[in-house]
Design a protein around this ligand. Structure first.
Ligand SMILES: C[S@@+](CC[C@H](N)C(=O)[O-])C[C@H]1O[C@@H](n2cnc3c(N)ncnc32)[C@H](O)[C@@H]1O
Length: 230
């Protein structure tokens, strides 16, 4: 059963995909960043947790270095997953899995991947140790985790109850609502503080292998790579 907040809001995969196609950040930063990291580590399987409409995985799967990769598309929204899987390149090997990171993912029966990717999915729920453990259990020993997130402080500054909001943010996390830039509807948004994300994952991973940032129109975006213990 699919139970995420995102599914409750029934976002349209077509609108999401159009948003991605027009999104400078995904096209100029996220896809080149993921491509350079994955090319370097040469994973045999890559899981995208919260793959959405599959725009990013599709762009990666179409690249020459990715011919032998097996892709695992994971999302709690069946609609998103159906859209993503029917548009994968014909030559790509992939499995589509409808599952919720907060409920179903990370049990012993889950297949482990040599790389796990999560782009903007950590804005969908509060980050805590349980979520980190579930993500970590998707990665083979010695594997790679790549997380892409924006700096959420700008969203927080635009709220009307600034002082109280900043206090909650400083504690690690705050739930907000905001107008989604692709869908133009008000949606729940979890502003997990950057430092909180680093702190949560450093419990599991020894070191950050790489951290890349880009600033676009006053917004900062981060790409963070961890290698799991062997
Ligand atoms: C902000 S979108 C990002 C989609 C895609 N990664 C991208 O960058 O375009 C977040 C995605 O995560 C999925 N999602 C939200 N909560 C989830 C959960 N608890 N488990 C798995 N997927 C989830 C949503 O259905 C949505 O497709």
């Amino acid at each position: 059963m699919i139970r995420s907040e995102w599914e409750k809001h029934c976002r349209d995969p077509v609108l999401w995909d159009v948003g991605c196609a027009n999104d400078e950040i995904r096209n100029r930063f996220v896809i080149p960043f993921l491509s350079s990291v994955l090319r370097r580590f040469r994973p045999s399987t890559v899981a995208d947790v919260g793959c959405g409409s599959g725009y990013i995985i599709r762009a990666l799967a179409a690249q020459e270095w990715a011919a032998s990769v097996h892709w695992r598309l994971i999302d709690s929204s069946q609609r998103m997953l159906d859209y993503a899987s029917t548009r994968m390149p014909a030559s790509a090997q992939y499995t589509a899995i409808a599952a919720d990171l907060l409920l179903d993912i990370g049990t012993d029966s889950w297949p482990r991947s040599s790389a796990v990717v999560s782009t903007f999915t950590l804005l969908e729920f509060p980050l805590n140790e349980d979520v980190v453990d579930r993500l970590a259990r998707l990665i083979q020993s010695g594997g790679t985790l790549i997380v892409v997130i924006p700096d959420v402080l700008q969203d927080i500054i635009s709220t009307s109850t600034l002082e109280a909001t900043i206090k909650e943010y400083c504690a690690g996390h705050i739930a907000l609502t905001k107008i989604d830039k692709f869908l133009r509807e008000t949606i729940p948004f979890h502003a997990n503080r950057f430092e909180r994300i680093i702190e949560c994952f450093s419990r599991i991973f020894d070191l950050i292998t790489m951290c890349s940032t880009v600033n676009s129109k006053g917004n900062r975006y981060y790409g963070i790579v961890w290698r799991s213990r062997t």
